[in-house]
Design a protein around this ligand. Structure first.
Ligand code: GRG
Length: 279
């Protein structure tokens, strides 16, 4: 299987579903709509929603309309986190995906409000899914856990307040800021498909390793483009050791996905794709 083609196909499905949601917005202030649209449709890879769809399929999920609102909502939360990360009070970035960041293309106030609206929209979508109530609530609870005060927000504040973290703290920052959102993206696909707890737990664990691989690869790409502003594995240990860490996480993730059987083989291809990605 050609993983690039597979990802392109899934990306198209996610884009179509997101476009449909944006088509339903009415009576919202024009500038808010334009800012939300700009942030969501500016060239993201859609990795997290694709992982949600993959897990749903691998766990034999039957009704895609149950899972798509979750896939789209996860992407909106990811977009919200990027908007916030770029703000002058955080990373103060002018560029994202080769385009001006949201607060540069519009202004800071509009960027903050558009982010807040995307965050709220994500929860509206989760609630609108037709999945049975118990898995739907379990998935919403799992997502809420990884974005709050012991999740992404924790990772972000630890990152900002600790310019020279120990290895243990650096791993925690990466895990909280990046890896757990990737892990939960996979896990909720399985929850919505009705997978057993043993499977959802194993997917969480494999997903955290995959997410760590994703973040370290991001650090490596930033270093190669001379872009890193925050503490990273590369800054602390150099490029070669960062690559060793990345390979270790890739192998760990692949071992865990393999234990779940042949339905999860695609996740191993995704791990290779992440390790070799160019952006
Ligand atoms: C409560 C969700 C929330 C956020 C507030 C600002 C903040 C706290 C956290 C920042 C988290 C963050 C932006 C981590 C970096 C993760 C990362 C490596 C993002 C890049 O992901 P890609 O490459 O992005 O998948 P694309 O552009 O493809 O969508």
């Amino acid at each position: 299987m050609n993983i690039e083609n597979y990802l392109a196909m899934k990306r198209q499905l996610v884009d179509k579903a997101l476009e449909k949601e944006f088509g339903k917005f009415d009576q919202i202030p024009r500038v808010l709509y334009r800012a939300m649209h700009y942030a969501v449709f500016s060239g993201g890879k859609r990795l997290r929603p694709i992982l949600t769809l993959m897990a749903f399929e691998a766990c034999n999920g039957k009704n895609p309309s149950w899972v798509m609102p979750f896939a789209c909502g996860i992407e909106l939360i990811h977009t919200f986190s990027l908007i916030n990360d770029d703000l002058p009070c955080m990373d103060n970035d002018d560029w994202r995906r080769g385009k001006p960041t949201l607060h540069k293309a519009f202004d800071e106030t509009t960027a903050i409000l558009a982010g807040a609206a995307l965050f709220a929209k994500a929860y509206e979508l989760f609630c609108q899914s037709q999945a049975p109530p118990i898995p739907r609530l379990r998935a919403i609870a799992a997502i809420s856990r990884v974005i709050g005060s012991n999740g992404i927000v924790a990772g972000q504040i630890l990152d900002i307040k600790n310019p020279t973290p120990s290895l243990v703290l650096l791993k925690r920052i990466h895990r909280k800021k990046t890896a757990e959102l990737i892990a939960v993206s996979i896990q909720i696909g399985a929850i919505i498909a009705g997978a057993k707890e043993m499977v959802t737990k194993q997917l969480w664990s494999a997903g955290v390793d995959l997410g760590m691989l994703f973040q370290i690869t991001d650090d490596i790409l930033d270093a190669e483009q001379d872009k890193a502003s925050q503490p990273t594995f590369v800054k602390r240990y150099g490029l070669e050791r960062a690559k060793i860490f990345a390979r270790q996480y890739a192998r760990r993730a692949q071992g865990k996905f393999s234990m779940l059987g042949s339905c999860f083989t695609k996740f191993n291809l995704i791990a290779d794709w992440i390790a070799n990605r160019g952006n």
